[in-house]
Design a protein around this ligand. Structure first.
Ligand code: AMP
Length: 227
C-alpha cells in the first residue's frame, strides 16, 4: 500500500465494503479513504444528511430509515451515480453501505462499465450476529464531528463527550434494539445474496470483522495491497 517514498498508489477503482450493520465498515472506510486520499461514500450518511437538511428526498426517506427498511433502489442508485461520476472519484472510492440489493449491484456494474472503470474489489466483513447487536446498541456518535464511539469497546474518556472536541455523543435513532433487529433481518433477506453475486465473479475477499479495529485495518491493508 505504501511505497519506499511513503506515498500511496491510487486505489484506482471502487472498493465495496460489504457486511451487516455494526460490522465496522464505516470506521475502516474512513481510514482507508484517508490513507489513499480517496472519498468514503456512505449512502446512510448521505441519506441522513438529506434528512437533516429537510430536502424533499430527505423528508420522503426519513420514515424508511427510522423503520430499518431500505430506501427504494432507483432512488439510491440515482444518488450514487450522481456522486461517483464527479471528478473527485476518478482516483477510486470506498463504498460503505452500498450496494445493498441485487438490483443496486447490477446498476453499479452498469455505471462502472459506462465509466470504463476497473471491476470493483469487494471486501466482505464476516462476523457473528450476536456481536452486531452489542456493537450497535453501544454505538454513540459525536454530534459535532461524527466520530464514532462504542460504550463497550471504545468508550470516550469522559462519558457522553467526544474526546476530540467535547461534542455531545448521541445514539442514532435506528440503533435502538427493535430497529436493529429489523435492519439485521433486512440484511439477511436483501443484502446477504450479494456475497454469492460477487464471489461468483471472483471479486470478493472475506475479512474477519470480529477482530480488533487495528487488526481489521491490518487485514485490509494486506487485501488492498495484494489486489
Ligand atoms: P447505514 O448507515 O448504512 O446503516 O444506513 C442507514 C439506513 O439508510 C438503512 O437502514 C437504510 O434505511 C438506508 N440506506 C443506506 N444505504 C442504503 C442502500 N444502499 N439502499 C437502501 N437503503 C439504504
Amino acid at each position: 500500500m505504501v511505497d519506499a517514498e511513503g506515498s500511496h498508489e491510487a486505489l484506482g477503482r471502487a472498493v465495496i465494503f460489504l457486511g451487516p450493520p455494526g460490522a465496522g465498515k464505516g470506521t475502516q472506510a474512513v481510514e482507508v479513504a484517508r490513507e489513499y486520499g480517496v472519498k468514503h461514500l456512505s449512502t446512510g450518511d448521505m441519506l441522513r444528511d438529506m434528512i437533516v437538511r429537510k430536502t424533499p428526498l430527505g423528508l420522503e426517506v426519513e420514515p424508511i430509515l427510522k423503520s430499518g427498511r431500505l430506501v427504494p433502489d432507483e432512488k439510491v442508485l440515482q444518488i450514487v451515480e450522481q456522486r461517483i461520476t464527479q471528478d473527485d472519484c476518478k482516483q477510486g472510492f470506498v463504498l460503505d453501505g452500498f450496494p445493498r440489493t441485487l438490483p443496486q449491484a447490477v446498476g453499479l456494474d452498469d455505471i462502472i462499465r459506462r465509466c470504463g472503470w476497473e471491476r470493483p474489489l469487494v471486501v466482505n466483513f464476516v462476523l457473528d450476529p450476536k456481536l452486531l447487536m452489542r456493537r450497535l446498541t453501544g454505538r454513540r456518535i459525536c454530534k459535532l464531528c461524527g466520530e464514532v464511539y462504542n460504550v463497550h469497546e471504545r468508550p470516550p474518556k469522559v462519558a457522553g463527550r467526544c474526546d476530540a472536541d467535547g461534542g455531545e455523543l448521541v445514539q442514532r435513532p435506528d440503533d435502538r434494539e427493535e430497529v436493529i433487529a429489523e435492519r439485521l433481518k433486512t440484511y439477511e433477506a436483501q443484502t446477504r445474496p450479494l456475497e454469492e453475486y460477487y464471489r461468483g465473479r471472483g471479486a470478493l475477499v472475506d475479512l474477519d470483522g470480529a477482530a480488533k479495529p487495528a487488526e481489521v485495518a491490518a487485514q485490509l491493508s494486506r487485501i488492498l495491497s495484494a489486489r
